[in-house]
Design a protein around this ligand. Structure first.
Ligand code: APR
Length: 260
């Protein structure tokens, strides 16, 4: 049965769960980066309250949609570049470095986990990575700066030099196939962890939101830390509602000191 807590009261509960676990896997969403200045998607004022997602299908059929997708990518990457990792990114990196965590599965594309010290090989990016682009047909890699200069010069969406396919940011768009290798790694981590710690996700997007369910069903304990309740709270051993930064400062006071 879940223990529902709110605010800092939950820090002790969360610390106990972490101390009792040897193979922690974190599952993160956009809520882990809002305190770094990056808007999430479904909070009031979030990204989907200001614009419609551009689906993969729309990107393929519409030049206008492709140019708008690129505009958004360049704009968001400037936001990502100005953002700094926060205590949540650093704490998860420490848990992996100390051998207490097997890795982090993220839905995020902002690059803050690695910038917060997490080894890239310990990170599974389910929704891709916004720091580079690739051809959607042959997967050849392209750098964003070159794409931005090319669009500025040619005023049209770039195509692959190799095969003529469309070049697109390496994030997974709605309607685009999930990356198989990353899904496999995420499932392996979920099936072998003893605690899955969900941080900052509304758990509304499948198949990603199924990963914590796989962990719980495989026998792991499930802890959810989020500002709002989620549909998995009743399925969790611990569901904490509150600000991630404030609660983790209570769990990792030494880190809170270092970061301020
Ligand atoms: N502390 C705690 N919770 C927070 C904080 C915070 N500082 N900031 C935001 N949150 C919570 C919000 O209340 C919300 O429930 O984080 C959650 C973020 O949910 P979403 O905005 O839906 O983001 P996410 O779950 O990552 O979305 C999944 O949807 O649009 C796609 O591909 C996109 O990866 C994304 C996926």
């Amino acid at each position: 049965m879940a223990a529902f807590e709110s605010g800092n009261g939950g820090a002790d509960e969360l610390r106990r769960l972490l101390d009792d676990s040897q193979r922690i896997v974190a599952f993160t969403g956009a809520g882990i980066s809002t305190e770094s200045g990056i808007p999430d998607f479904r909070s009031p004022g979030g990204i989907w309250s200001r614009m419609e997602p551009i689906t993969f299908q729309k990107f393929v059929v519409s030049e206008e949609a492709r140019l708008e997708d690129w505009r958004r990518r360049f704009e968001m990457n400037r936001v990502y570049g100005e953002a700094q990792p926060n205590i949540a990114h650093v704490a998860l990196a420490h848990l992996v470095a100390e051998g207490r965590s097997a890795g982090v599965v993220t839905q995020n594309i902002d690059g803050l986990h690695v910038r917060g010290g997490l080894a890239a090989e310990s990170l599974v990016e389910l929704h891709g990575n916004a720091t580079y682009a690739h051809c959607i047909s042959c997967r050849r890699r392209y750098e964003l700066d070159a794409m931005e200069a090319q669009i500025e010069a040619e005023k049209r969406a770039p195509r692959c030099e190799e095969c003529g396919g469309f070049v697109k940011s390496a994030i997974v768009s709605f309607g685009e196939a999930m990356p198989e290798a990353e899904m496999r790694r995420a499932l392996d981590l979920a099936e072998s962890c003893d605690l899955m710690l969900v941080l900052g996700s509304s758990l509304q997007v499948q198949p990603a939101a199924g990963i914590p369910v796989v962990a719980r069903r495989a026998g792991a304990r499930l802890a959810i830390l989020n500002r709002e309740s989620t549909h998995l709270d009743g399925f969790a051993n611990l569901a904490l509602q509150g600000e991630i930064g404030a609660i983790l400062a209570g769990v990792f006071p030494q880190l809170a000191g270092e970061l301020h």
